[in-house]
Every structure is written in C-alpha cells, then in structure tokens.
Design a protein around this ligand. Structure first.
Ligand code: C5J
Length: 215
C-alpha cells in the first residue's frame, strides 16, 4: 500500500478507494480583481496553491484515480441561500467583476482555468461551506474510505468539509501546499488543528510526498 510521510504519522491508502477532493478553486475566490480581492484580501495567498495542485491533478489523472471538484454557490434566485448566510454575506448575488457573486452559471463561480475539470470528473455544487451539506457527495464517493483534501479556504470550506468527512467515517489527508487561506495565521493554525491530538481530524502532508507514491 502507498504510504505518505505525514503529520502526525504515516498515511496509508489504497488508491482504488481514495478520492481527490478539490474544494472551491473558483474565480470568485482566486482571480485578481474578483470577489475575494474586493474584500481586501491578498489573492496571492490562495493562488500559490494553483501550481502544486495542477501538478497533483496531472499525476492523479495519469494514475486513473478519482477526482471530485466542488464549487460554493447558489441558484440565481438565491432560494438555496439561508437568510442567515445572506445577512452575513450581503454581496452574494450582487454584480461583481466576473458576474453575480457566487451564483451558479456565472463566470466567477466557475473553477480557474488551470484546474478546470476534465471529462469524467464530478463537479459538486454546494450551497454551504461543507461539501457534504446539501449535496450528493457521499453517494458520489461510493466505496471510497479516504479523501485527499485540497482547495480553499483552509479554515472555512476545507476545514468544514474535513470535519463533515470525519463524522461520516472518512480518513482525510490534507495537503498543506494545496490548501490556502487569505490569513497566514489561519493557514498555520488550521493545519495544526487537523493533525493535533494524534490526528483529531486527519493527516497533513505536502503534495510531492503523495505524487511520489502514485507516479
Ligand atoms: C469561503 C470557502 N471562505 N470556499 N468559502 O467563504 O472557503
């Protein structure tokens, strides 16, 4: 079995029952001039994940393994957006540089070109932060028991998804160079929280260690 050196210890996986999750690598969050940047964030802190993630996708696809992408967003009439989320995110649905912000079908809602899904890869549209809430992700995963988790942002949608996955019985490996936060402190502590206490939510490693195992 492939084994990756990770924190807090080796992560062993069967590639046949392991899926790569790519969370919310959307233009709204990552493009200069987009929604994320309009909130005053440095999108460079997220964009640093694109190159390692692209390399991982190339290797993962070459090995014929499962990839699932997610996108955070809502129906054009916002009927799937809880009022509480809208109250704290009143920009959702408003016109942005790349279309209505976090609305399905808009240019900004879609995944950045460098990481565009290829034929056969599922794209899960999710209304919440966690990728399991309000989606058919669990059914899509079928018999998978391990998840390689990547994407943005570390402390929000990545963390929520990893916590949801734990409660559903999945073992998660989070790749530190393939997840990003607008806040360096949240990135650091967010990763520490996953591997703390003997891996309370999972394991943390860097993508080259994983690529080596599937090459
Ligand atoms: C946020 C996300 N941060 N994908 N979304 O609102 O983490």
């Amino acid at each position: 079995m492939p084994t990756v050196a990770a924190d807090p210890g080796p992560f062993t996986f069967d590639p046949a029952t392991t899926a790569l999750l790519v969370i919310d690598m959307q233009r709204d969050f990552l493009l200069p001039g987009g929604f994320g940047e309009s909130l005053g964030n440095d999108v460079g802190l997220l964009r640093r994940t694109i190159e390692p993630l692209a390399a991982l996708l190339t290797a993962w696809r070459a090995a014929g393994l499962t990839v699932i992408h997610t996108r955070e967003g809502h129906l054009p009439d916002l009927s799937d957006c809880p009022p509480a989320k809208l109250r704290r995110g009143p920009m959702i649905g408003q016109a942005g540089r790349f279309g209505r912000i976090l609305i399905r079908g808009e240019y900004g809602h879609d995944i950045v070109d460098e990481l565009a899904p290829v034929a056969g890869e599922a794209v899960v549209d999710k209304p919440g932060k966690g990728a399991f809430h309000g989606t058919d992700l669990q059914a899509l995963l079928g018999g998978a028991d391990r998840l390689i988790v990547t994407g943005v942002t570390t402390e929000v949608c990545v963390h929520t998804t990893v916590r949801e996955a734990n409660d559903r019985g999945y073992e998660c490996l989070v790749l530190s160079d393939c997840v990003g936060s607008y806040f360096p402190e949240f990135q650091r502590v967010g990763l520490q929280m996953i591997a703390a206490q003997g891996g309370i939510f999972g394991w943390v490693a860097e993508s080259p260690a994983l690529i080596k195992e599937i090459a």
